[in-house]
Ligand binder design. Structure first.
Ligand SMILES: Cc1cc2nc3c(=O)[nH]c(=O)nc-3n(C[C@H](O)[C@H](O)[C@H](O)COP(=O)(O)OP(=O)(O)OC[C@H]3O[C@@H](n4cnc5c(N)ncnc54)[C@H](O)[C@@H]3O)c2cc1C
Length: 571
């Protein structure tokens, strides 16, 4: 068999892998990144690119200064008995320094999340802003010819392949038909994108997770990291207890890569591993009743490779996946894209109901919380499903899932059955298979509460996170006082069915605070690290804030690289 050599072999090219790869190369190691897919980037390339990184330098520069005990105690309250202080401290201590490193030494730049609150504003020590960062937009041309190897954004979340940055840019797109300034912003952006399509056959102004991956990859190439696509790792090489490399299956045949300082597994967890889903997700008894929006190549390889070296997968988390309501978007080839509903649920004028026509949750809460509420509300033996319901005015302003707002046509999404429509609520209920009287009663009650500005049933719009996700301006223009609530009044009415899905998985290989994978008796397995979602989440199945997968993925990748290089973390 052919052989290759490096110091650190990183398996998987999402944020978890690339953070470690870039850092290790800066510390002088020769690094190879093996990626199974034809393109690098994984789910990270589809993500919002937000990272929960409390006490980060951008917050501090804006005057948001908090002692480590603030986010630490927030986690302590959120995670309860599952709080692991050693890992939480290691993360919170290193996160600001990790950001400092990437800002100073690499192509990655950040934009602040100083107005983004934690998910659970009622938990002690929750923050109203300053604990998160997003990757700044990145010019794809900086990748040169390797842009062809970059995974494009998830098509359903783009406009003609153009990613739309969260925050101000998204607001411009939603207001394009109502506000001249937004119209011009969108026109310019779309024109520039069409120019990119003509010249490069893809958009070059990259945003969100696509920008994060590209900035990391560009930084990796600058310091000589060898990123090999179409090269799945199939087996670990070992010398006694020590992991010394892996066998990659490349287009030119298998190759043994020997890694003097070790191997970091960052294959993105098990979102598409039917067997592991069956074992760890109670709502998926056959392993198929879970439709993750994560990258399809994430089939649990890292967890199996780890187990082959004696590692254990954590099974004690509150939830084994980062849950999200997902709708299934029919594709021309008969398959379905999995669309995660992250944005429109909190906007004024939408409700979520089950087949009985009843609401079951505060729709403006996080995707993880809404999905947990749906799981709780679903009687045993019934399918886990719900419908997002809105009226015509909402539909044209915000869109519903993969069905986009005006001026995009609704016809194709109605024709393929994704979007359901009814002239009346009763007709919509009939089309969806929802109890019509239940839905009518729910909307009547909801409309009254919306006009009064108070959700007596689920307290929608009462936390800073709810309000940030809502739309206070749009609501105020209509005289509604709750940023997340508006009446559903004018038909036709629309609905999209959602099922149980996720953004990725939480359960992973047990590790210590240096990201070293632990063996059966809790001892580190020499030469083996885990990153990203291959690492058992330090949040233990809880979801305290947006960015709690990418923040730790970036931070522990940085920590692991220092450990593998035998270098102390910089002060
Ligand atoms: C639409 C969407 C939005 C999201 N937004 C956010 C957000 O804003 N903030 C946040 O924190 N999280 C977000 N998430 C979740 C986040 O994207 C993931 O948790 C994160 O990207 C996982 O990073 P990773 O490095 O573990 O895996 P990935 O980025 O998925 O990378 C894993 C890579 O490993 C490769 N691989 C698998 N098996 C092998 C093998 N045997 N050999 C070689 N390579 C292999 C895969 O092909 C893949 O490319 C979002 C998810 C989605 C779907």
């Amino acid at each position: 068999m052919r052989e290759g050599r490096c110091d650190l072999l990183v398996i998987g090219s999402g944020a978890g892998g690339l953070s470690a790869a870039v850092t290790a190369a800066h510390l002088g190691l020769k690094v190879i990144v093996a990626e199974k897919d034809p393109q690098f980037g994984g789910t990270t390339a589809w993500s919002g690119g937000w990272m929960w990184l409390p006490r980060n330098p951008l917050a501090v520069e804006a005057g948001i200064v908090e002692p480590i005990d603030e986010p630490l105690n927030y986690l302590r309250h959120e995670l309860g008995e599952r709080f692991d202080e050693a890992r939480a401290r290691a993360f919170l201590d290193a996160a600001p320094r990790m950001v400092q490193f990437f800002r100073a030494k690499t192509a990655l730049r950040f934009i602040d999340g100083n107005a983004i609150p934690d998910f659970h504003g009622r938990t002690p020590h929750a923050s109203t802003g300053g604990r998160s960062l997003c990757a700044a937009p990145f010019d794809g041309r900086r990748l040169g010819a390797r842009i062809a190897d970059l995974k494009p954004p998830l098509p359903e979340t783009t406009l003609w392949g153009m990613g739309i940055a969260s925050g101000a840019e998204l607001r411009h797109f939603l207001n394009a038909m109502r506000k001249p300034a937004s119209f011009w912003y969108v026109t310019k952006r779309v024109m520039a994108h069409w120019k990119d399509l003509l010249l490069h056959r893809r958009g070059m102004r990259l945003v969100n997770g696509n920008a994060l991956v590209t900035a990391l990859a560009a930084s990796a190439f600058e310091v000589g990291v060898d990123i090999r696509t179409r090269s799945p790792a199939r087996r670990l090489l070992r010398d006694g207890e020590r992991v010394t490399g892996a066998v990659l299956h490349t287009p030119d045949g298998p190759i043994e890569v020997h890694a003097a300082r070790g191997v970091l597994l960052a294959c993105g967890g098990f979102p598409h591993d039917t067997e592991r889903k069956r074992a760890l997700l109670p709502h998926a008894p056959t392993g198929t009743e879970h439709w993750s929006a994560a990258s399809r190549g994430n089939t649990g390889d890292g967890l199996r490779l780890g187990e082959s070296a004696g590692a254990r997968v954590g099974t004690d988390g509150l939830q084994a996946a980062a849950l999200a309501p997902v709708s299934l978007v029919p594709q021309r080839d008969g398959s379905f894209a999995h669309f995660p509903h992250l944005i429109e649920r909190a906007k004024p004028g939408l409700i979520m109901v089950r087949a009985d026509g009843q609401r079951f949750a505060n729709e403006a809460d996080s995707y993880h919380d809404v999905m947990q509420a749906l799981l709780r509300a679903t009687p045993a033996g019934q399918p886990v499903q719900a419908w997002l319901v809105c009226d015509h005015s909402f539909m044209r302003h915000y869109g519903l899932g993969a069905a986009k707002p005006a001026p995009m046509p609704l016809g194709p999404m109605l024709a393929n059955g994704y979007l359901k429509r009814g002239r009346t609520l009763a007709e919509l209920a009939h089309v969806c298979g929802i109890a019509a009287d239940g839905l009518e009663r729910t909307v009547q009650r909801y409309n009254a509460m919306a006009l009064a500005g108070k959700d007596e049933d689920f307290a929608k719009g009462e936390t800073p996170y709810n309000r940030m996700q809502g739309d206070a301006t749009f609501a105020a223009e209509r005289g509604w006082s709750n940023a997340c609530m508006g009446p559903l009044e004018r038909g036709p009415f629309y609905a999209v069915r959602v099922v149980a899905g996720s953004l990725g998985t939480f359960a992973g290989l047990k590790v210590n605070a240096q990201a070293q994978v632990l063996g059966e008796h809790g001892q580190p397995i020499p030469g083996l690290y885990a990153g990203g979602n291959d690492m058992d989440s330090m949040m233990a199945g809880h979801y305290p804030a947006g960015g709690i997968t990418l923040g730790p993925a970036m931070t522990f990748g940085w920590i692991a690289a220092h450990h593998a290089s035998n270098r102390p973390l910089p002060v």
